[in-house]
Design a protein around this ligand. Structure first.
Ligand code: SAH
Length: 348
């Protein structure tokens, strides 16, 4: 950060208005500024035609308009996704993905550099460790930088969905994540509907409160149906058990058409039996859920394999026959150097 300057992308619309007011500027300048930043994607004040010089001077003196710089881009032809690596000001790498599919353009963002949860199957926590949380500006910055790039290369003119499924645990960085969601959904800023944003969590306390506050959709990385196994692969389970997680999910007040997305990793011979599918059904049976089965994308720290196609199909069919909407994720960006955390590791 430039010394003593506030990064403008750290501020929600309300905060920006207050900050400008404290500088003696009228409230409508916040609207004009946000229009340039989030709707026109203009980050150079000299190009902001309707803002007078005196105001630009204050903006320049007070604010830093820095967004993360794209360090590397890799395209996967098989699923038309683009993996981006950004370099932060402190020279750390963050990864994000743009997925173009069926007329939708989804950005997957990171909220931390590394992750403190250290799930055994995940490259982010187990190999990178935990370095630091990202700021609101570093999260919104990923979306803005990707949209600028996508427009420039004529891939897409807008972002339709955002998922917090990159590096890090969003619910352990609530301040920055909630700030970013505020900016991304505010009508005067990025103006995306909260229903177009999904946040994935490994399961920590406070999920229901977070949903009540933000109105976004929630995905839960359940992955295992018994505490012993879940604790072995996801150490957070030792402190927040499956029963506690389920009790938290029951507290969520879902909107009419909303549901909780249950993510379930498919690890060969570890969690993919029909017995485990039955137990999964018992756990989620009285919740409004959809299930997404995720074939394991092998990492160095866990020498396991993805379940085979037939096992995945049988697991899915079992749940579907019991009336649970179940889909299978065909890994995005696997041929552009892996999933969560793996890209950043290779390019370090
Ligand atoms: N911390 C959050 C969000 C980041 S991970 C969470 O745990 O939900 C996003 C998703 O990718 C999670 O469901 C995570 O379990 C999954 N994931 C991590 N490593 C993976 C791997 N090697 N193969 C497949 N999915 C993986």
């Amino acid at each position: 950060m430039e010394e003593n300057k506030i990064n403008i992308f750290d501020l929600t619309y309300t905060e920006l208005g207050k900050t400008l007011k404290a500088e003696g500027l009228p409230a409508f300048r916040a609207t004009q500024l946000c229009d340039w930043l989030y709707k026109k994607l203009v980050f150079d004040t000299s190009l902001m035609l309707n803002i007078p010089k005196s105001c630009k001077d204050i903006i320049q003196e007070k604010f830093d308009l820095y967004i993360p710089k794209i360090h590397y881009v890799s395209h996967s032809a098989s699923d038309n996704s683009y993996k981006f690596l950004f370099k932060t000001r402190d020279d750390k790498l963050i990864e994000a993905i743009l997925m173009l599919e069926n007329g939708r353009s989804t950005v997957c963002v990171s909220c931390m550099i590394g992750c403190p949860l250290k799930c055994v199957f995940c490259a982010t926590g187990s190999q990178i460790g935990f370095i630091r949380k990202l700021t609101t500006a570093e999260i919104t910055g990923q979306v803005l930088a990707i949209l600028c790039y996508a427009k420039e290369h004529e891939y897409t003119q807008k972002i339709s969905n955002i998922v917090f499924m990159g590096m890090g645990e969003p619910l352990l960085n609530r301040k920055s994540v909630e700030g970013a969601i505020d900016i991304l959904t505010h009508p005067k800023c990025f103006a995306l509907s909260p229903s177009k944003i999904s946040v994935s969590t490994a399961g920590v306390p406070g999920i229901a409160d977070f949903i009540r506050k933000t109105g976004v959709r929630i995905a839960v990385s359940l992955h295992f149906t018994h505490n012993e196994l879940r604790s072995e692969y996801m150490p957070i389970n030792q402190r927040f058990s499956i029963e506690q997680l389920m009790a938290e999910l029951k507290k969520i007040k879902l909107k009419k058409r909303d549901y909780i997305l249950i993510e379930y990793l498919m690890l060969k011979d570890i969690n993919d039996s029909i017995g485990q599918a039955k137990q999964l059904l018992r756990l989620i049976g009285n919740l409004k859920v959809k299930v997404n089965l995720i074939p394991y994308n092998p990492t160095e720290t866990l020498p396991a394999e993805a379940s085979d196609e037939e096992t995945i199909n049988n697991f899915a069919a079992f749940l579907q026959n019991k009336g649970i909407f179940t889909s299978v994720r065909r890994s995005k960006g696997v041929d552009v150097e892996g999933g969560c955390g793996q890209f950043a590791l290779k390019k370090q």
